[in-house]
Design a protein around this ligand. Structure first.
Ligand code: B1M
Length: 591
């Protein structure tokens, strides 16, 4: 579709103030290199190419980052070629990597010795170039402000979660160091007249809620956002927050920090109609065009229909910018990206009067979380709640003392496990599913369980032995580096008494098949977080069939985009939306 390009950043500011501009602005702030180049029809080598893409694609701004802290480089062999390559222009760089277990900063000593960059170390010359070369009406959006994400990446997710409970001061010191560097860089960049807004891309949530208890964010992270927010408001600069996942619990805090806009409102994590009702007068909503399905698996007509629907429901009255529910990744077909851009122009003109009946396309139903309301009360004769409390508190000595006391009173060690510890970790799992506890507590409890049981190894032998529930091989599928959820599943399975072999991330079909042949597991568990890598689960099942191994093993699949329909379509034995559910399913399958 041809359209007149008349960039005007005022349009964005009007939307950010939750008012109606002349049309709904486009709102994506990141497009991977491949779709950018395919759209422009030439390599994006220079800053001018980068600007040309954003301009010809119809945006009122160009985006660019500064002050990015890169705590860890991908270890050799762990980069995934061609998947979501992050760069603004010039040579492609390897995939962003984040350690789950231990990062580079795991102690005070490492923190003090670390060669921290200074704000002055960043080359900010491109902002002077933007001042000169931006087309009339266009402004630049600075991508900066990540504080929470680099902190866990520096420490490694598990070390970070653990430290929040056990050495909060170290976490605070790391966050403050990062905050200071980011803040100083922010102050320097926003002096450039080209800067119209700041997007702070700091993922604080995942599909079912915040990653950690909001008290930590309120104490350590949000004060930094607020400092930047105050300055943006003073200077008339737009301030936008980006976090994946379900941020419901933090929305009022974000408004209080001074954000004008919120992105990307993932459809399977937050219902945009509800978000609009509750916060739409104070926050401009940016995004929600489904990257999990429509943009990646749908046709251009499906994308057009979804943009139409979103504009019809969210844009009236103002405060909406059309964008994907994350970013335009390199696995979004270019024709779908174009359909999004075109449809925003086609349907986004105010006053918004859309035809009855609208346009037709396939609507994808997103998986929505299922939250329980309480934990199951079980009468086992032991104080399950006290065990659960001690597990969450990581109080291994207390767990051991409680178990010892029961055993001394005549209960068999095996019964203490089956009537005390196992129901207790199940209660902890339900608390996680209900949103009563967060990932750190869940991880800590899952780890405390085997630590306490280890003390009773001697007793749990012979007729008292607690048999392993079965052997599970687990891994994240090829092309996919997400492993925090997979690791949580593995921990909970171990805690519940399974023997677990973890094959790691980006595990090829061949590797899965070989491991099934050699290890003879009862269950193969595969995790995927990307829509495009889910297909590797099917490939693995097909390969197991052709090797005559499918009948030897039960197969469980999971990860945020995996639905029960998909699981049954590819011939898996089961699917679970979360880690406690995966453990329950594995038990059921082996009954
Ligand atoms: Co990425 N990422 N990421 N990311 N990332 C997601 C997954 C995304 C949903 C964000 C979004 O759309 N808004 C999106 C995928 C969209 C899609 O395709 N459907 C996405 C994208 C696009 C990308 C990149 C392509 C970004 C880019 O470069 N353009 C890139 C891809 C890299 C690659 O893998 N090739 C990328 C990179 C990264 C980081 C490296 C920065 C980092 C991962 C670090 C790591 O894992 N070591 C990362 C993160 C952290 C996320 C989010 C923010 C959080 C994921 C997480 O760890 N959650 C995520 C947003 C979101 O989830 N809404 C996002 C915490 C964890 C406990 O939950 O993993 O969901 P989760 O696990 C849950 C359940 O899913 C379930 O149990 C767990 C808890 O109960 N579960 C199972 C998981 N596995 C299971 C297996 C089972 C059963 C249940 O049975 C076997």
């Amino acid at each position: 579709m041809s359209r007149e390009l008349k960039p005007d950043f005022e349009r964005v500011m009007t939307a950010l103030h939750c008012e109606e501009p002349d049309r709904v602005p486009l709102g994506d702030w990141h497009v991977d290199q491949r779709p950018k180049e395919a759209f422009l029809g030439r390599p994006i080598k220079t800053l001018q190419d980068h600007v040309d893409f954003w301009h010809t694609a119809g945006f009122d701004f160009v985006t660019s980052s500064s002050g990015i802290l890169e705590p860890v480089k991908a270890p050799k062999g762990m980069t995934v070629k061609g998947v979501g390559v992050h760069t603004e222009y010039g040579d492609r760089v390897s995939r962003e990597w984040a350690y789950t277990h231990e990062g580079v900063l795991t102690s005070w000593e490492a923190f003090e010795k670390y060669n921290w960059p200074k704000a002055d170390d960043f080359d900010l010359s491109k902002w002077g170039v933007f001042d000169r070369i931006l087309p009339k009406g266009m402004k630049a959006i600075l991508l900066l402000g990540k504080i929470y994400t680099p902190a866990w990446m520096y420490m490694g997710a598990e070390t970070f979660f653990n430290a929040l409970e056990h050495d909060e001061e170290l976490v605070a010191a790391i966050i403050n160091k990062i905050g200071e560097i980011q803040y100083q860089t922010f102050l320097r960049v926003i002096e450039h007249p080209c800067v119209g807004a700041v997007v702070n891309p700091d993922d604080i949530a995942f599909n079912t809620g915040l990653l950690v208890h909001p008290k930590y964010l309120r104490k350590h992270v949000f004060p930094w956002y607020r400092k930047m927010g105050e300055i943006c408001r003073e200077k008339g600069i737009g301030f936008i927050f980006h976090s994946d996942g379900d941020c419901t619990e933090a929305m009022d805090d974000l408004i209080d920090c001074g954000f004008h806009g919120f992105n990307p409102i993932q459809p399977n994590a937050m219902n945009i109609v509800e978000v609009k009702k509750r916060w739409g007068k104070k926050l401009c909503l940016i995004g929600n065009i489904n990257l999990d399905s429509t943009l990646t698996l749908g046709t251009p007509e499906d994308v057009r229909a979804e943009v139409y629907e979103r504009i019809r429901t969210i844009a009236p009255g103002g405060g909406y910018m059309a964008a994907s529910s994350n970013s335009i990744t390199d696995y979004v077909p270019v024709k779908n990206m174009k359909a999004l851009l075109d449809a925003a122009y086609e349907f986004g003109k105010y006053p918004i009067r859309l035809e009855e009946g609208g346009v037709r396309g396939k609507f994808w139903t997103s998986r929505t979380k299922v939250r329980g309301t309480g934990t199951t009360k079980v009468e086992t004769g032991l104080d399950v709640e006290a065990y659960a409390e001690a597990l969450i508190a990581d109080d291994v000595p207390r767990l051991i003392a409680m178990m010892q006391e029961e055993i001394a009173g005549g209960t068999a060690a095996r019964d203490v496990v089956s009537r005390g510890m196992i129901p207790a970790i199940t209660v902890v799992g339900e608390m996680f599913q209900n949103g009563q506890i967060y990932i750190p507590e869940m991880m800590i409890a899952a780890r405390a369980m085997p630590a306490a049981l280890d003390r009773f190894k001697q007793l749990l032998t012979g007729k008292d032995e607690v048999k392993t529930l079965g052997k599970v091989l687990i891994g994240t599928v090829q092309g996919d580096l997400h492993d925090i959820g997979k690791n949580l599943v593995a921990m909970i399975l171990k805690g519940q008494g399974f023997q677990v072999e973890d094959l790691g991330v980006s595990v090829s079909t061949e590797r899965f098949v070989q491991a099934v042949r050699e290890e003879r597991p009862d269950i193969l568990a595969m995790s995927a977080l990307l829509t495009t890598t889910m297909i590797e689960m099917k490939n693995t099942i097909e390969a197991l069939k052709s090797e005559g191994l499918r009948g030897e093993v039960k197969i469980v699949v999971g990860g945020a985009p995996v639905t029960p329909a998909f699981a049954s379509q590819i011939g898996a034995d089961g699917n679970s939306y979360d880690a406690p559910g995966a453990a329950k399913l594995c038990k059921e399958l082996l009954l």
